[in-house]
Design a protein around this ligand. Structure first.
Ligand code: GDP
Ligand code: MG
Length: 294
């Protein structure tokens, strides 16, 4: 039977690699993407009923408006349905303390109409921060299934495996539509490419990715659409980002509550600083001791 292709995507430091490790255990392989020094981590996750998932831990990226080699790897994979690693399901890993920023990338992936699961990681931090989430509401508004995970506490991983197993039930509908950013521009794009995903075309136009992986004819015709100046395209990208944050703010206004009076964070932070300070002083005095001995 066919393996389920899973791509782990997310902002840096959201715990992607921790989720990858929790899913794949020791069944991992680390290599490089052909021709570049970006690390490629892949692994196998065993799911119920003998099903296997092939999991790729993609480089951290803040958005699909790529600006680095690492980020290009992510967008090239997501734009190329013929790639053998093209995901059946994308798993976006977010960190509960930075949901707003993390969801920007999530909404972009949804616009590519790839079935997408949302992992909200670091759930162990919620109590400290006084954060509570209305998961059913968030699932409805973000058109997804959510796994609330703490890799540190080893919670939510089985639920995530369940969601991956049943990935066919995960929506591939976009949750907002970037083409509303400039209706005229996108309407002309739609006319020229009636069967193509507008957001994908938009990314090909604005990104400096390796077009070798995308149909050549398509790209050459697309070049005609670069009629706008670079500054114009940049301005449209900014409008896109603003539109996405408006959507995200509206969703979080209801779906997320942060009650700082409930947060136990100050104490834990103080504890942490104190223990760090103690180590700092110890090392400092050890160095002094060594100097005076010498
Ligand atoms: P990546 O950059 O997205 O691959 O993130 P990593 O897996 O390297 O994790 C980034 C940091 O977050 C590390 O210091 C982890 O120990 C920490 N981290 C990962 N998962 C959790 C979690 O569930 N809870 C907490 N509190 N920290 C976590
Ligand atoms: Mg990592």
């Amino acid at each position: 039977s066919k393996q389920i292709n899973v791509a782990l995507i997310g902002n840096p430091n959201t715990g992607k690699t921790s989720v990858f490790n929790a899913l794949t255990g020791l069944n991992q392989k680390v290599g490089n993407y052909p021709g570049i020094t970006v690390e490629k981590k892949e692994g196998i996750c065993k799911l119920p009923r003998g099903v296997k998932a092939h999991i790729i831990d993609l480089p951290g990226t803040y958005s699909l408006n790529a600006s680095s080699l690492d980020e290009n790897v992510v967008i090239e994979l997501l734009l190329n349905r013929n790639d053998k690693d093209f995901p059946d399901v994308a798993v976006v890993v977010s960190d509960v303390e930075n949901l707003k920023r993390n969801l920007l990338l999530y909404t972009q992936i949804k616009d590519l109409e790839i079935p997408t699961i949302l992992v909200i990681n670091m759930a162990d931090r919620m109590e400290y921060k006084g954060i509570s989430l209305d998961i059913p509401y968030l699932e409805k508004k973000l058109k997804t299934k959510i796994a609330l995970v703490s890799t540190r506490k080893k919670q939510g991983i089985e639920e995530l495996k369940q969601l991956i197993t049943n990935y066919k039930e995960v929506s591939d509908e976009p949750c907002l539509n970037a083409s509303e950013v400039d209706v005229d521009y996108f309407n002309s794009l739609r006319k020229a490419f009636p069967n193509q995903l507008l957001y994908k075309l938009w990314l090909v136009i604005t990104q400096d990715v390796n077009f070798g992986k995308i149909d050549r004819n398509e790209v050459e015709t697309l070049d005609d659409f670069k009629t706008k100046s670079k500054a114009d395209l940049k301005r449209l990208q900014q409008k896109e980002t603003i539109k996405r944050y408006q959507f995200i703010n509206n969703v979080l206004k209801v779906g997320q509550t942060i009650d700082t009076s409930q947060a136990k964070d100050l104490r834990t932070r103080l504890d942490r600083i104190l223990t760090h300070k103690v180590w700092g002083y110890l090392i400092f005095f050890l160095i002094l001791l060594v100097i005076f001995q010498a």
